[in-house]
Design a protein around this ligand. Structure first.
Ligand SMILES: Nc1ncnc2c1ncn2[C@@H]1O[C@H](COP(=O)(O)OP(=O)(O)OP(=O)(O)O)[C@@H](O)[C@H]1O
Length: 296
């Protein structure tokens, strides 16, 4: 059914360097429901990858399998040829530190101050309680402040997380992810709870991490325009399958219609956050050049 879409993916040229992440026939079932169905793809160079698709397509499950929050039912996920689905104990915690997650709902500790929330990123794999008993040193504080500064919110360091706006909280969550010094950042609907202005600031920050640190960023997105503006590569999912894998320029309205399973009345505006790359007028957002901006 999706043959013509998949043929578009075959035209995509990937890097010739070492394969970094490889999905090989990865499946996840929940009871009789197949959330992800024999998915195979490689990310073989630092890219910003957007995963799009309608609700229930399998985007979150795909992302969560990478860092082992959700166990795969079958198949293999390799990182530099290492089978990450078989990692256990300390090795698995180490892997989870290497692929930091950013969530739609930020997952901060609301009553803790911002800088402590950020330092929690250093404790991935340890108990949260430990963090409350002052295990942080001056180096941790300095690193947290530097990451907050990078995200343009160092001035909020002493506030409780719950006092911040949604956009600010997401930037704190990204700063926390950076404390893990990860190989890659996995962002699961990072802007779904944000207004367009804050969505732009957060996407700018993720793009800047990709460009400046040369990291893989994989981002689940509800909105086509965001994927087109910020991502080097877009993967479209439908009913657990990958039905599109290509450059944003190949993501035409017809292709989008297939990914979203919509009929002729499909309206792209319904999947838009109306992020205007030129109109944030807000706090420091790290001077990012998006692919779209660069092309223009
Ligand atoms: N823990 C779970 N238990 C049972 N079914 C689940 C679970 N997690 C996901 N599913 C099912 O797997 C399918 C894919 O869900 P998933 O959350 O990956 O989709 P999604 O594309 O991320 O959707 P959304 O955009 O709404 O977050 C859905 O049918 C969902 O109901």
């Amino acid at each position: 059914m999706f043959k013509w879409l998949l043929s578009a993916s075959n035209k995509v040229k990937h890097g010739q360097g070492c394969r970094v992440i490889q999905f090989q026939n990865v499946t996840k079932t929940f009871g009789s429901r197949t959330a992800v169905n024999k998915v195979s793809f490689n990310i073989d160079k630092p890219q910003m990858v957007g995963i799009i698709g309608r609700s229930g397509a399998g985007k979150s499950t795909l992302l969560r399998m990478i860092n082992r929050l959700t166990p795969a039912t079958s198949g293999q996920i390799l990182f530099n040829d290492r089978d990450i689905l078989s990692l256990k104990g300390a090795m698995m915690r180490r892997w989870q530190r290497d692929c930091a997650m950013v969530f739609q709902q930020f997952n901060l500790v609301p009553r803790l101050d911002v800088v402590t929330n950020v330092m929690l990123g250093r404790l991935n794999g340890h108990g949260t309680l430990k963090s409350l008993f002052n295990v942080f040193g001056q180096d941790d504080v300095n690193a947290a402040l530097a990451n907050l500064d990078r995200l343009g919110i160092a001035q909020e360091a002493t506030k409780r997380a719950e006092e911040l706006s949604g956009g600010q909280q997401q930037r704190v969550a990204i700063a926390r992810a950076l404390m893990q010094d990860p190989h890659m950042v996995l962002a699961d609907e990072p802007i779904a709870s944000l207004d367009p202005m804050n969505a732009k600031i957060v996407m700018d920050a993720l793009r800047e991490i990709h460009e400046r640190d040369n990291k893989i960023v994989i981002c689940n997105l509800h909105t086509l325009d965001t994927a087109r503006t910020y991502c080097d590569r877009v993967i479209g999912m439908r009913d657990g399958y990958i039905v599109f894998d290509g450059a944003p320029s190949a993501l035409t309205t017809d292709v989008a219609r297939e990914i979203y399973g919509a009929d002729e009345s499909f309206n792209e505006a319904a999947t838009s956050t109306a992020i205007d790359a030129g109109s944030s007028g807000t706090t420091k957002s790290a001077g990012v050049v998006t692919p779209a901006a660069a092309a223009g």
